[in-house]
Write a protein that binds this ligand. Structure first.
Ligand code: ATP
Ligand code: MG
Length: 435
């Protein structure tokens, strides 16, 4: 019998539902991050970065106890050092609002903020649903008008355009105000009680604690019952309807189509008035790529002076899955030039030139020699080709002795090889940059 393998040799794997981002996929993320950064700048949203770990109470209070997230999806733990109850953030809004309150960010008026980063939910991993996933989101705090609802919605439209996506649909609803929801809630409970036999376990449990959330069910067997439920829209008062109409008027004016979905309620308790989702048919069951809405009660709930808020969060994995499904070409991340080093003696000269070119903005990849030396020219040129570089810079002994480097175009076989001086590389650097 063979020896049992030592513990050190056993392969360690990533936690289930948590992914490694690696090349070439990571290039897609870098491109996405750049597109998002530019979008936020154009709309005047400023970045906030909050901790990944927050007090558990923040989410229990902020999201509501009867939500999927708080009931069963949070990674919560007790800090062994001091007994604090902590949670890996499952979403971004609560943390941003906490930070805004803690640092009195709203003292001189509203703030337009955005965030990006990993979120954690203990869900069953499947396509578009992971235990660590990533969100980008915006929170416009301190603005109560419907104009900002439309603004945040239209930012997402602009993002789809910038990403080259053309089949993400907007769904819209209004949740009204708490008192309007109370009247609707009574009607809803009566409706579900009248059909108690058709309710699943989740729905039975929520019937009296959070019946609105039953509308959010993903259980197909429940659909007819949900379909026939009383509509919140019919319980909205004049002010809520006016707000909703104003949002719709802006969307109509800028030509953004939407479908009013009376069953759109969103997962979190804190929403009021406008709620929306951006959905696609291309991703199977996980078709919601972005969700958001207004949450005028949240700032006060978390302990701040009352201030309105509206925002959205989108799932980066789902959006990039859609980018892939839609066949969008992501700009390549190939270097401009690949440095070929026939002999180890050329490393110093090649590195000097590479550094000068990089300082001038050229992306330069150096052939890295092994312990045994640089390897054959043939294999180096193979690597140069594979790198996607448009030029090879060849530091051959002959060229070096003349104080030159050979520049060989790799993408255009007809283009001739030329030479450039080793010193003052910054003067010819621009010739290597992509047109
Ligand atoms: P779902 O109904 O799909 O569970 P949700 O209502 O829980 O979504 P939100 O809390 O609104 O989602 O989060 C905003 C976005 O984050 C979603 O629209 C989705 O794109 C993404 N998202 C949510 N949960 C996950 C997850 N576990 N894995 C990957 N992306 C997710
Ligand atoms: Mg969910």
């Amino acid at each position: 019998m063979s020896e049992p393998k030592s513990a050190a040799a056993a392969p360690l794997r990533a936690v289930k539902g948590m992914n490694d981002l690696r090349p070439p996929e990571s290039a897609r993320w870098e491109w996405f991050d750049a597109v998002v950064g530019a979008l936020m700048r154009r709309y005047g949203y400023q970045l906030v970065r909050t901790p990944i770990v927050e007090p558990t109470a923040l989410f229990v209070r902020g999201l509501g106890e009867v939500t999927d997230i708080v009931e069963k999806e949070m990674y919560s733990f007790v800090d062994a050092m001091n007994g604090d109850h902590l949670t890996l953030r499952p979403e971004g809004t609560a943390g941003v609002v906490r930070a805004a309150i803690e640092h009195s960010m709203l003292y001189d008026g509203g703030k337009r903020l955005w965030y990006a980063g990993p979120m954690f939910r203990h869900e069953r991993p499947q396509r578009g649903r992971y235990r660590q996933f990533h969100q980008v989101g915006v929170e416009a705090l301190g603005f109560g008008g419907p104009d900002v609802d439309a603004e945040v919605i239209l930012m997402v439209r602009a993002l789809w355009r910038d990403l080259g996506l053309d089949d993400v649909r907007l769904e819209l609803n209004s949740l009204g105000q708490p008192d309007e929801r109370r009247a609707h809630r009574a009607a809803l409970i009566a409706h579900f009680e009248a059909h108690a036999g058709l309710l699943d376990d989740d729905a039975r449990r929520r019937l009296h604690s959070n019946p609105l959330r039953i509308l959010d069910t993903k259980n197909p067997a429940m659909q007819p019952l949900v379909e026939a439920a009383p509509r919140l829209m019919d319980y909205l008062g004049e002010a809520s309807l006016k707000h909703f109409d104003a949002v719709r008027r802006v969307l109509d004016a800028v030509g953004q189509p939407y479908r009013i979905n009376p069953r759109l309620v969103r997962g979190m308790d804190y929403y009021n008035l406008t709620v929306f989702e951006w959905v696609t048919d291309r991703l199977g069951a996980q078709g919601t790529v972005c969700g958001g809405g207004r949450y005028d009660g949240l700032v006060e709930l978390i302990g701040g002076k009352p201030a309105p808020g509206v925002g959205w969060g989108l799932g980066v994995e789902r959006v990039l899955d859609l980018v892939r499904e839609s066949g969008v070409e992501v700009p390549p991340s190939a270097p401009d030039a690949f440095v070929v080093i026939p002999d180890a003696a050329a490393v110093a000269a090649a590195t000097s030139v590479a550094e000068a070119l990089r300082a001038a903005g050229v992306a330069v990849l150096l052939h890295a020699a092994g312990r045994e030396g640089p390897g054959s020219m043939k294999s180096q040129f193979r690597k140069a080709d594979a790198s996607g570089a448009r030029f090879a810079l060849v530091f051959g002994a002959e060229e070096l002795s003349r104080g030159e480097v050979a520049v060989k175009p790799l993408r255009d076989p007809a283009a001739p090889q030329t030479t450039r001086p080793l010193d003052a590389a910054e003067r010819w650097a621009h010739e290597l940059l992509a047109p």
